[in-house]
Design a protein around this ligand. Structure first.
Ligand SMILES: *Cc1c(COP(=O)(O)O)cnc(C)c1O
Length: 372
């Protein structure tokens, strides 16, 4: 008789649904018999520029050391980051992607019976990691697709350990301004950890948006999570980090696996910080791509959620799943977000100009074929 290992898993894990990633190009090619070189992926908010040449060169060099364990403290990367962000290296926690950092915060501060607050439509990793430790996720209804910070503050009680605020949020692209964040932080009791997930902060335009790191001196319970996966173009290598008070960083670094960021990732991330030109190009391509997509949606009569990230959620109507499939058949991978409770929307990552144009053309064709 075979053992039912699912029933033997700890309570939180039994209820988990695995994270649904964007479909990889090779998988779509296999399933639909398409040429992989003709497929474009606008499904995972990756950087359309390809990697920085400085990062690539450093990564190639680092391959020579692959038989050695990585520097478990990430000395060089921490020095570089600390100088860039004007913080002390003791305030940094490196992660295997910022997903790792988000998970570390939950494992360090939330236990069975505790509550973790996040917004409706917020990033899927928060509820997954929360459930895995047996804590209770509290999803606070969104306001116009974005975080309702007043309602989130009001949801805090004696059981609350952590509040997650994604700014900008994925998959909606909504963002809250600096004043709103500061007002919110003032309301949060000082023993409750607030995670400001700034995975897309490099794309912020205008100065009304907060730089979470500026707020750290006033709020010792704040953890700012950032990543090299988006604007810095290193998604495959898995490097992210938290900036916090040294006291919180000390806790997070105890939970962390000793070698959670590998040598190649450390080298590439350290090198890419010198590639200011790459970051600027990332921002420019994103700025013009957002405008191009928004104009295209308007021309098609589609409503979209104005985005501060490198993606846009667009309302394609009740048959979003058929639109998604139609785009796939035309070699365009986007992301359905029904799993986020947004069954009418597709999330489309900003690509290069030609990719955005191809996506919009395909979208037009699919909508015409469904309506005609
Ligand atoms: C992409 C993303 C992250 C970062 O993912 P990593 O690749 O693990 O660094 C974190 N938070 C949000 C909201 C994201 O969309």
């Amino acid at each position: 008789m075979s053992i039912d290992f699912k029933s033997r898993a700890v309570a939180g894990v039994r209820g988990l649904q695995p994270y649904q990633p964007g479909k990889p190009i090779d998988e779509v090619a296999r399933e639909l018999g398409l040429d992989p070189s003709q497929i474009i992926k606008l499904a995972s908010n990756e950087n359309p520029l390809g990697p920085s040449s400085k990062a690539l060169e450093a990564a190639r060099k680092a391959l020579d050391e692959m038989c050695l364990y990585p520097d478990g403290n990430g000395f060089n990367l921490k020095q570089k980051l600390a100088a860039r962000l004007s913080v002390s290296p003791a305030q940094l926690t490196l992660g295997n992607g910022s997903n790792d950092v988000l998970d570390l915060v939950i494992r360090a501060f939330a236990d069975a019976g505790d509550e973790v607050i996040f917004s409706q439509y917020a990033f899927a990793v928060y509820p997954i990691s929360t459930m895995a430790v047996g804590a209770t996720g509290v999803s606070v209804p969104a306001k116009e697709w974005g975080h309702d910070l007043d309602a989130m503050a009001a949801a805090i009680n004696d059981r609350t350990r952590i509040v997650f605020v994604a700014n900008p949020n994925n998959p909606t692209g909504t963002a809250v301004g600096r004043d709103a964040i500061v007002q919110f932080l003032r309301k949060v009791p000082e023993h409750v950890v607030v995670v400001l997930d700034e995975a897309y902060c490099e794309y912020f335009e205008g100065d009304e948006f907060p730089d979470g790191i500026d707020l750290l001196p006033d709020f010792p319970n704040l953890v700012v999570a950032r990543t090299f996966s988006k604007a810095w173009g290193l998604a495959a290598l898995r490097v992210g980090y938290a900036v916090s008070s040294a006291a919180i960083a000390d806790v997070l670094n105890r939970v962390r696996q000793p070698f959670n960021v590998d040598t190649i990732a450390l080298a590439a991330a350290t090198a890419v910080l010198d590639d200011e030109d790459y970051l600027q190009r990332s921002r420019e391509v994103n700025r013009s791509g957002l405008r191009q997509l928004a104009a295209g949606f308007e021309a098609l009569g589609l409503e979209y959620i104005p985005s501060s990230g490198n993606f846009i959620a667009v309302d394609v109507g009740e048959r979003a799943d058929q639109v998604f499939q139609g785009l796939l058949q035309r070699g365009v991978i986007v992301r359905p977000i029904g799993g986020y409770g947004m069954p009418r929307h597709l999330r489309i990552s900003v690509g290069l100009e030609a990719e955005n144009a191809r996506c919009l053309d395909a979208l037009k064709e699919v909508l015409e074929s469904l309506n005609g």
